[in-house]
Design a protein around this ligand. Structure first.
Ligand code: NAD
Length: 277
């Protein structure tokens, strides 16, 4: 595994396992299967309603907690009670610390929630704190008027939504880039059938998913693909025995459409989407 060193010195794996929309036994089994395949970073969220099942999957796997890098998020509806909510996440996940705690969306009173995370971090209960879905202006504002610079911004990033402008601001402030929906949420667009991706898959004897994930990790972006199929879980983790050359990286970079699948937070569709979690 390769790692990113966060701005507070904490090492974060470059590949993790996503759990959005996984619930019940499916979630428990997928998490246990991911850990068995070698994943050490697991991403969940209060809003996914599956922290208990993720905790159960970790327990079933038998892994030593210290080997894991656990990521969870406080939902914006809990920002006024962020500390209490985070302590509940600890219970759900059967752990006494979290590796990375994120503010899920820049909605509602995220300043208050950020200060609660700063306190939990100062108390040694969280190893790193960060944000998700923050646009550059929101990120810069949060940095300017608070003590701690977020370690990570988790934003939708994939072949068709590469986020180079957001990334340049994040680099300036040493905020690491974590990609959600790194596979474009599966079959929601034609990414897997993109001719350049298919040609590279053939050349390297890899699958389109592996090319899409390798492209991101090679740009220093952490990825958290989700799957319930053991074969996909394995292949999404098997990314480090080949690398794309500069010309290939450039070609894939040229396919950016700056098109997120999940719209900007202020769009009504997105608000509706987030409320249905
Ligand atoms: P994803 O890009 O990981 O795609 C998942 C889909 O791809 C699934 O349908 C899966 O069956 C398919 N897939 C996975 N591996 C495959 C393979 N090797 N070959 C073919 N198909 C494959 O989408 P996602 O789950 O939305 O994003 C990843 C994770 O990011 C989530 O699970 C969640 O943890 C996180 N996330 C965060 C936010 C946020 O607001 N912070 C939003 C969405 C997702």
């Amino acid at each position: 595994m390769e790692y990113l060193t966060l701005n507070n010195g904490v090492q974060m794996p470059l590949v993790g396992f996503g759990t959005f929309m996984l619930g019940g036994e499916t979630c428990t089994n997928a998490v246990a299967s991911a850990i068995e395949s070698g994943y050490r970073m697991i991403d969940t969220a209060e809003a996914y309603g599956n922290e208990k099942e993720v905790g159960e999957g970790i327990k079933v796997s038998g892994i030593d907690r210290k080997e894991l890098f656990l990521v969870t998020k406080v939902n914006f509806k809990s920002y006024e009670n962020a500390e209490r909510t985070v302590l509940q996440s600890f219970k759900n996940l059967k752990t006494d610390y979290i590796d990375l705690l994120l503010l899920h969306w820049p909605f509602a009173n995220y300043y208050s929630a950020w200060r609660s995370l700063e306190k939990l971090y100062a108390d040694g209960k969280i190893r790193a704190i960060g944000v998700s879905n923050f646009e550059p202006d929101q990120l810069l504002d949060l940095i300017a008027y608070n003590k701690i610079v977020p370690t990570v911004n988790q934003i939708e990033t994939n072949l068709y939504c590469q986020r180079s402008i957001e990334r340049s601001w994040m680099d300036k402030k040493q905020v690491a880039h974590m990609a959600y929906a790194p596979l474009g949420q599966g079959n929601r667009n034609e990414m897997f059938g993109e001719p350049a991706v298919l040609a590279l898959a053939k050349k390297y004897g890899k699958t389109p998913a592996q090319i899409l994930l390798r492209f991101l990790t090679q740009k220093g972006i952490a990825v958290i693909p989700r799957s319930t199929q053991p074969q996909h879980i394995k292949e999404n983790f098997d990314l480090f025995d080949f690398s794309l050359n500069d010309e290939e990286m450039e070609k894939l970079s040229g396919l950016d459409r700056r098109e997120p699948l999940i719209g900007k937070p202020e769009t009504p569709e997105l608000v509706e989407f987030s409320l249905t979690w």
